[in-house]
Design a protein around this ligand. Structure first.
Ligand code: URP
Ligand code: ZN
Ligand code: ZN
Length: 460
């Protein structure tokens, strides 16, 4: 099977030019002007931009969490991702405390394998680091191609580990050639504030926000960076939201330390005023919570300063019925919001379209940097001969509005209902096959493959 894309404006992390792309089987074999190869299928991309397929390294599909499961499974979630131009996602396997990493991996494989339309990989979330877990780290890296280990400094009593476990894990992961990633907020302090607000009879979604002030995130981010430099392990902070946390990353660079930072689309464009709307604010109850306008400004600047390398989603959708589990108590609202399908279009429209980031930066933060940081480059994250033919053909001029009535995520509301955007995903290609064409799904469930990742060294 061969496919030829003619006359597209090809945008990578460093280039911007018009040419044709020829792919045979799953990979790109030729890029050039006026290619005359005979192809099984030809797409005229004149007037369109061609980006590397999006990589979202932070999603939660079919995840058991807070007494329920996130509402997108591997089929609906990866299909929605493809509709939105994202060809590869990295999800999180969650260790059950008291059980092995292998046990957790088998559970997640049973849910994901054979069900994905898009390509996927796993981070391993270590929630119980002990002498047995220590022995499994090398096996995850060398045998399974799982090279990033997620930790939670929050969700006390459920997923949180203490600093003793963190340092031990970091030393082991460093030895094995992996990376430690973190949900960096101070779990003890949040636990105290949640209990205090509940004791005072304060149960509205607003108190979710007020239980996680900026300092809980900046303190934990600094502590994580300090432990990472002490152990020498490459570190990555997920879903960074605020100026205070970013300042700790900036400080780390002054001592020549690289701690990668990811923000998510919602923290760039939404703010905490949404929590002032009674229970409707539950749509945006996530951890960390949305912040202030000044934090948005810091994050955009952090992207342009190279301090924030990735814009992900932390896609963790719950239907309205599920959100209502916390109608009487904010601490019972399942945390998370849907965005896997919206990230590429929102960031283009709000970022590139409004002059906040360049086109090359857009590709860096939506695809290339994640591929490099997580050991998938140059298979993924670029448009180059020999790379997987994962491409997004994008119309930069088409105007449209986001809505739950038209999205493909398995959730009955949109966190961006009515948002008017300029720029639309038209055709998504995954490993040389048209996956989505003008809203039509062209590949079956099971086409998505697990991506084994290489060791990482913290340099991109
Ligand atoms: O609210 C969130 N972020 N839900 C998903 C779990 C996590 O902390 O990433
Ligand atoms: Zn988190
Ligand atoms: Zn998450």
């Amino acid at each position: 099977m061969s496919l030829l894309i003619k006359n597209g404006r090809i945008i990578t992390a460093s280039q911007d030019y018009t040419a044709d792309i020829f792919m045979e089987g799953e990979v790109i074999t030729t890029i050039g002007k006026n290619l005359r190869m005979k192809a099984d299928e030809t797409i005229n991309a004149a007037g369109m931009m061609v980006f590397p397929g999006g990589i979202d390294p932070h999603v939660h599909l079919d995840m058991p969490f807070m007494g329920t499961f996130s509402s997108d499974n591997y089929e609906t979630g990866t299909r929605a991702a493809l509709h939105g131009g994202t060809t590869t996602v990295i999800d999180f396997v969650l260790q059950t405390q008291g059980k092995s990493l292998r046990h957790a991996l088998e559970q997640w494989q049973a849910r994901a394998n054979g069900n994905c339309l898009g390509d996927y990989s796993f981070h391993m979330a270590v929630t119980d680091f002990n002498d047995n877990t220590r022995l499994e780290i090398a096996e995850m890296v060398d045998k399974e191609g799982i090279t990033s280990f997620k930790t939670f400094m929050a969700y006390k009593g459920a997923l949180m580990i203490d600093d003793r476990q963190m340092v031990g894990l970091m030393q082991e992961v460093k030895k094995c050639g992996g990376m430690v990633t973190v949900h960096a907020t101070n779990g003890d302090m949040i636990d105290y504030l949640v209990a205090k607000h509940r004791a005072e009879g304060k149960f509205a979604p607003l108190y979710h926000y007020l239980s996680q002030p900026e300092i809980t995130e900046s303190e934990a981010s600094g502590r994580f960076a300090d432990m990472a430099i002490y152990t020498g392990v490459p570190g990555y902070i997920v879903h960074m939201t605020c100026e205070g946390a970013l300042n700790h990353i900036r400080d780390a660079t002054k001592r020549n330390q690289k701690v990668f930072a990811e923000t998510c689309i919602q923290y760039l464009i939404l703010d905490a005023s949404l929590y002032e709307m009674d229970f409707e604010g539950a749509k945006w109850v996530m951890s960390p919570p949305l912040r202030q306008k000044k934090d948005q400004a810091s994050l955009w600047a952090g992207i342009n300063q190279g301090l924030v390398q990735v814009v992900a989603t932390d896609h963790c959708p719950f239907k309205w019925e599920q959100k209502k589990m916390g109608e009487k108590d904010f601490s019972k609202i399942p945390n998370g919001h849907p965005a896997i399908e919206n990230r590429m279009e929102l960031l283009y429209s709000e970022g590139v379209g409004k002059g906040k980031i360049s086109l090359n930066k857009y590709v860096e933060v939506t695809s290339t940097n994640a591929a490099k940081i997580f050991g998938m480059f140059p298979k993924k994250g670029c448009i180059a001969v020999g790379s997987d033919a994962d491409l997004l053909i994008f119309d930069p001029k088409e105007k449209h509005a986001l809505s739950a009535a038209t999205h493909h995520m398995n959730v009955d509301y949109s966190a961006y209902e009515g948002w008017k955007l300029k720029g639309k995903c038209k055709t998504t290609i995954l490993r040389g096959k048209v996956a989505i064409d003008n809203g039509k799904v062209c590949i079956p469930k099971g086409y998505g493959q697990f991506v084994k990742r290489k060791k990482v060294n913290g340099i991109i």
